[in-house]
Write a protein that binds this ligand. Structure first.
Ligand SMILES: Nc1nc2c(ncn2[C@@H]2O[C@H](COP(=O)(O)OP(=O)(O)OP(=O)(O)O)[C@@H](O)[C@H]2O)c(=O)[nH]1
Ligand SMILES: C[C@H](OP(=O)(O)O)C(=O)O
Length: 218
């Protein structure tokens, strides 16, 4: 298998994480999204991927980046089109809000399927609510279709083009951070900048009524 698989990390820094508007101000959402991105980039590098930002505006980060302000699906497919030929040049697509991602969890995307030496045309790590949190695309005809239950849509696309699919069932990769309740997952299992950011901002776990939620004391 190729040593360094390129990993595209889509990122929209202008108005990120609107579903956290009840909990974080716009400036806080930008800072928190940036912290999650830092964790994902570090974990990808630790897993031997070559990360590349696909961002709607320049970030100034010390990482290779493509600026493309088209909608997510269009931008990812355009990046796939100019990437090297498949299947020799696989392309991973890993979302920037996987705050629990670790090198070990991401390395599972690079594994082989159960058949042993056969490498899947598409490897998918689904999100908990039917999204597609991470992908590795090898089949030359596979194109993404994000939003909604994109996991099911991607299975359908793979079937239609005859691409084999390998699924990575990983709690860390399935947990994208979208809503207030997801912040508890970061406090419980996060190991990086996103967890530190929440703690510094005064968030803590609240188990007062026997259920786990978050509270802000700062
Ligand atoms: N390049 C690019 N990345 C995007 C775009 N929309 C979302 N993303 C990124 O795709 C990943 C998944 O995003 P979502 O959780 O669906 O959207 P979000 O904007 O982060 O959050 P919400 O506003 O709550 O939907 C995150 O890494 C986003 O930064 C886009 O239009 N272009
Ligand atoms: C991009 C989208 O993310 P979600 O809206 O599920 O967080 C998806 O995974 O299709």
């Amino acid at each position: 298998m190729t040593d360094h698989v390129d990993a595209l990390v889509p990122f929209a820094p202008d108005r990120p994480k609107t579903r956290l508007s009840d909990t974080l101000s716009p400036a806080e959402r930008r800072a928190f999204a940036g912290a999650m991105l830092s964790d994902v980039l570090a974990a990808l590098a630790g897993a031997g991927f070559a990360p590349r930002l696909l961002t709607t505006e320049a970030t100034g980060r010390d990482v290779s980046e493509t600026v493309d302000d088209r909608p997510l699906t269009e931008a990812v497919n355009a990046a796939r089109d100019v990437h090297g030929p498949a299947p020799e040049s696989p392309l991973a697509v890993v979302m920037a809000d996987l705050a629990l991602a670790t090198p070990r969890a991401l390395a599972r995307l690079r594994g082989r399927d159960d058949a042993g030496d056969r490498i899947a045309g598409v490897t998918i790590a689904p999100g908990r609510a039917g999204g597609t949190n991470a992908l590795v695309v090898r089949h030359p005809e596979f194109r993404v279709d994000y939003h909604g239950a994109s996991y099911l849509d991607h299975l359908r696309v793979a079937r239609d083009i005859g691409a084999s699919v390998r699924e990575v069932d990983s709690r860390r990769l399935a947990t994208d951070i979208d809503e207030r309740a997801d912040l508890a997952e970061v406090l419980i299992s996060g190991e990086g900048a996103a967890r530190d950011w929440l703690v510094d901002a005064g968030f803590e776990l609240d188990t007062g009524d026997g259920r786990v939620s978050i509270a802000r004391t700062g």
